[in-house]
Design a protein around this ligand. Structure first.
Ligand SMILES: [Fe+2]
Length: 301
């Protein structure tokens, strides 16, 4: 069992939207893919018995899921579809302004509806046809090593629940919005999907825990919080940015550092605040080539 540990106090409502604890808590998390998130007393949904029951029901779908089978649809309520609509209305204009071209092209391919939470089954079918990646449901948060190693086999372990309706722009753990709007879309780009696979392969070759920490920081500053220049403007390709309107609106305040992955591997970060430091590549091609070479070298070392 793993617990959510991020406080839900009001001034963090947007700040924590992006938190992906699978990467941030390298030493924590459950060792197998069937762990269930146990809600902390200050989780927005803690006192909502119906929400907790639905979370358990959705977790149960994942627990009984067998890889390769069709993914069962999650029983979202009208209230939860409304949460999606609210988030989508905030994200759509933010994407047009701040998302990189590679992401926008991938987003088009997935054809999300503005007022319905996409079912994992459908997103998976489209992503798989594009990049060969499979999205598989998991009940909760798994250890970074489990999560990252699955990428090597082209599998993205995906939570299916959505955040509580009382805080549509806040979630203390990655939910279906982060998974699908962030990771799902980027996996519908064959080049970003390839980088995800390479991360997984590099993790598989990494036994040492300090080395795993360095690699997970590189993942954080690229796959989660990567930015790059397009026509002189800073654009996001990181899933933590692209799944949060708050993060996208704040990213121009960050100190931009040159795309030095050794430096990124040493850079500490605080997942509970907007990121004050981002590593910015000069172009998508430059990011792709540099990260690809870095991960390939890592595997060979
Ligand atoms: Fe993430």
């Amino acid at each position: 069992m793993t617990k959510t540990v991020i406080s839900a106090d009001a001034d963090r409502q947007l700040l924590s939207d992006h938190v992906d604890l699978r990467i941030a808590a390298v030493e924590e998390g459950a060792a197998d893919r069937n762990a269930i998130v146990e809600l902390d007393p200050d989780h927005p949904g803690f006192r909502d018995a119906a929400y907790r029951a639905r979370r358990n029901q959705i977790a149960q779908l994942a627990l009984s899921y067998k890889p390769g089978e069709p993914i069962p649809d999650a029983p979202y309520t009208a209230e939860e579809h409304e949460v999606w609509r609210t988030i989508w209305n905030a994200l759509k204009p933010a994407h047009q302004t701040f998302a990189c071209a590679e992401y926008l092209a991938a987003l088009e391919r997935l054809r999300f509806e503005p007022d319905r939470i996409p079912q994992l089954r459908k997103v998976n079918e489209r992503v798989h046809a594009i990049s060969g990646f499979r999205l598989e449901p998991v009940a909760g948060l798994v250890q970074p090593r489990v999560f990252l190693e699955n990428l090597a086999g082209g599998v993205f372990l995906c939570t299916q629940y959505i955040r509580h309706h009382s805080t549509p722009l806040y979630t203390p753990e990655p939910d279906v919005v982060h998974e699908i709007v962030g990771h799902g879309v980027t996996l519908a780009s064959s080049r970003l999907a390839e980088l995800n696979r390479l991360f997984g392969e590099a993790v598989k070759m990494t036994a040492d825990s300090d080395a795993l920490k360095r690699l997970s920081r590189v993942y954080w500053f690229t796959i989660e919080f990567g930015v790059l220049l397009e026509d002189g403007k800073v654009k996001a390709y990181g899933t933590g940015l692209l799944s949060s309107a708050g993060e996208l609106a704040e990213m121009h305040k960050a100190e931009l550092r040159s795309f030095d992955l050794d430096a990124a591997s040493r850079q500490e970060y605080d997942p509970t605040h907007f990121q004050p430091i981002l590593f910015c590549a000069n172009s998508f091609d430059r990011m792709y080539q540099t990260l690809r070479e870095y991960l390939t070298r890592w595997k060979a070392a």
